[in-house]
Ligand binder design. Structure first.
Ligand SMILES: Nc1nc2c(ncn2[C@@H]2O[C@H](COP(=O)(O)OP(=O)(O)OP(=O)(O)O)[C@@H](O)[C@H]2O)c(=O)[nH]1
Ligand SMILES: [Mg+2]
Length: 446
C-alpha cells in the first residue's frame, strides 16, 4: 500500500483520503497520481450511469407499460393473448404448437374429471352401466396422457418437476383442480423444442417423442371421448352431481372429435379458450408488427390472480402507465377456489377497492373491463338469479343490461370513494375469447 492512513484520522471512507504523515515527495506524487486515476474512473462510471439513465428515459418514452390485474380466471392472460393476436400476429402464430399441448391437457383433464365423477359406485346407480363401465376402462390410458403432458409442459420448472397426477387430479367443488405452470418457463420451451428438433439433441427428441405418444393415445381414445360426452346416462350422472362443465375454463369436450384428431391445429379461438394458470409475473414486450412506429413498444405485465399471488403485484405499481383491471362479471354465483367462503364478485369488489386506494397508483390510468359477459348472459338466460347471490340488487334478476348497470355503478362508486385523487376511469364490457375487441382505443388511453 503506497499511502498510509493518518493515525490521527480515522475516516477511511472519506475521499480523497487524508494525506498520510511524513509522506515523502515520491509517495506524495504517487498518491496524487492514484487519486487522479481513481477520480477519472469514478467520473467515467458516473458518466456511464448518466448515459444509461438517459437511454432508459429515451427507451421509456417509446414504451408504454401496462399491468393486467384481477382475480384468478378473470381473463388477464386471455386478454393478453388478444393483444398479441392483434399487434403481433406473427409472434402469436409462432406459439400455436405450444398451445396445442395445453389444449390437449385441458381436454384430457376434463375427461378424467368426468371419469372421476362417474366413479364405479356412481355408475352402478345409472342406467346404461355396462356401456359406461367399458368406456371407463377404455379411457383409462388418459391418466397416463395427463401425467405425460403435465410433466412435459412443466419440464423446465423445478417447482413442478415432481408433480404427480394424483396430486393434480382430485376434483373439488364441481370442477377439476388446475395444473399451474410457472409462466414463461417450461411449456414455452416447447417452442424451442420444435424449432431445434433437427439439432440432433437426444433429450429434445425424447421429449418430442413423448408428446407425440400423448397425442397418439388421445387420438386413439377420440371416439370413446365423443361417445362418453354424448351419453345421456353420463350427462344425467353429471347433472345429479351438480357438475356443469360448459362454462368452466379450458372446456373443449364439445369439440373433442376435432381437438383429439391426429392433425389438430389450434385455431385462434382455441388458443383464446385454452386455460393455463399464471404463477408469478410474466413480462411481454410487443411492438406493432405491420404498421406504426417500430420503436414504440408495449410492455404488458401479466400476473397470477389467485390470493396467494397478489403480494407479488406491488413491485409493479410504481412503474406502470396503466392498469387494465378485469372483473369477470359472470362469477356472481361462484366462490374463490382458494377460499370457498368468498363469493367471486365480492372478491372483485374488494380487490378493486384495494387497487383504487393504493397511493402508488394515484396517477396511473385505469381501464376497467367487465369480462365474461357471454357467460353472464347465458347464466341469466338459463334462470340463474343475480339477486339470489347479490342481495342488495333489487331489479329484474335475469335482465342482462340491468345487472351490468348495477355492477358498473358499484365499481364506479368504489373508485370515487377509495381514490385519493381524481382520476379518469375508462370502462368497457368484454368477452376476451372473441378477438377484435377495441384494443387500440384502450391503448391510446394509456
Ligand atoms: N367464455 C369466456 N371465457 C373466457 C373469457 N375470458 C377468459 N375466458 C376463459 O377463462 C379462462 C381463464 O382465463 P385466464 O385468462 O387464464 O385467467 P387469468 O385472469 O389469467 O387467471 P390467472 O392466471 O389464474 O390469474 C380461460 O380458459 C379463458 O379462455 C370470456 O370473456 N368468456
Ligand atoms: Mg393468467
Amino acid at each position: 500500500m503506497l499511502w498510509r492512513k493518518s493515525a490521527s484520522f480515522n475516516a477511511p471512507e472519506s475521499w480523497p483520503p487524508y494525506p498520510p504523515n511524513a509522506e515523502t515527495e515520491l509517495e506524495k506524487a504517487v498518491r496524487l497520481e492514484e487519486e487522479k486515476e481513481a477520480r477519472r474512473v469514478s467520473d467515467s462510471i458516473d458518466h456511464e450511469l448518466e448515459l444509461e439513465k438517459q437511454e432508459m428515459r429515451a427507451r421509456r418514452r417509446h414504451q408504454t407499460r401496462v399491468l393486467l390485474l384481477g382475480q384468478a380466471e378473470s381473463g388477464k392472460s386471455t386478454m393478453l393473448k388478444n393483444f398479441q393476436l392483434h399487434f403481433s400476429p406473427e409472434a402469436f402464430n409462432a406459439e400455436t404448437e405450444a398451445w396445442r399441448a395445453v389444449i390437449h391437457l385441458n381436454l384430457t383433464r376434463s375427461v378424467n374429471f368426468v371419469l372421476d365423477v362417474l366413479s364405479p359406485e356412481r355408475i352402478q346407480q345409472l342406467r346404461g352401466q355396462d356401456t359406461l363401465r367399458s368406456l371407463r376402462m377404455r379411457l383409462s390410458p388418459l391418466r397416463q396422457v395427463e401425467m405425460l403432458l403435465v410433466q412435459r409442459l412443466s419440464a423446465n420448472d423445478p417447482s413442478r418437476s415432481t408433480l404427480k397426477v394424483e396430486e393434480a387430479a382430485p376434483w373439488v367443488y364441481g370442477r377439476a383442480s388446475e395444473v399451474s405452470i410457472r409462466g414463461g418457463s417450461g411449456w414455452k420451451s416447447l417452442l424451442r423444442l420444435r424449432r431445434n428438433v433437427n439439432s440432433g439433441s437426444r433429450t429434445i427428441d425424447t421429449r418430442q417423442d413423448e408428446l407425440d405418444d400423448a397425442q397418439q393415445i388421445l387420438n386413439a381414445c377420440r371416439d370413446d371421448i365423443v361417445t362418453l360426452w354424448a351419453d345421456p346416462d353420463a350427462q344425467a350422472g353429471l347433472q345429479d352431481e351438480g357438475v356443469s362443465l360448459q362454462q368452466q375454463s379450458g372446456f373443449f369436450l364439445d369439440e373433442a372429435a376435432r381437438v383429439a384428431s391426429a392433425d389438430f391445429v389450434p385455431t385462434y379461438q382455441d388458443i383464446l379458450k385454452a386455460r393455463l394458470q399464471t404463477i408469478g409475473a410474466e413480462e411481454h414486450v410487443m411492438s406493432v408488427e405491420q404498421s406504426g412506429d417500430p420503436a414504440q413498444k408495449w410492455v404488458f405485465y401479466d400476473v397470477g390472480g389467485a390470493r396467494g399471488q397478489r403480494a407479488g403485484w406491488v413491485p409493479y405499481f410504481e412503474d406502470v402507465n396503466a392498469i387494465l383491471f378485469l372483473c369477470p362479471v359472470a362469477a356472481f354465483n361462484e366462490v374463490l377456489l382458494e377460499d370457498r367462503s368468498v363469493n367471486r364478485l365480492l372478491d372483485s369488489f374488494n380487490l378493486w377497492k384495494t387497487i383504487c386506494t393504493s397511493r402508488l397508483l394515484a396517477s396511473t390510468t385505469f381501464i376497467l373491463l367487465f369480462n365474461k359477459t357471454d357467460i353472464l348472459r347465458e347464466k341469466l338466460a338459463a334462470g340463474i338469479s343475480f339477486s339470489q347471490y347479490v342481495r342488495s340488487y333489487k331489479d329484474d334478476p335475469f335482465d342482462f343490461e340491468l345487472v351490468c348497470e348495477y355492477i358498473k355503478r358499484k365499481f364506479v362508486s368504489i373508485h370515487k370513494h377509495a381514490s385519493s385523487q381524481r382520476r379518469q376511469l375508462h370502462i368497457d364490457f368484454t368477452c376476451a375469447i372473441v378477438s377484435g375487441a377495441d384494443l387500440s382505443s384502450w391503448l391510446l388511453l394509456c
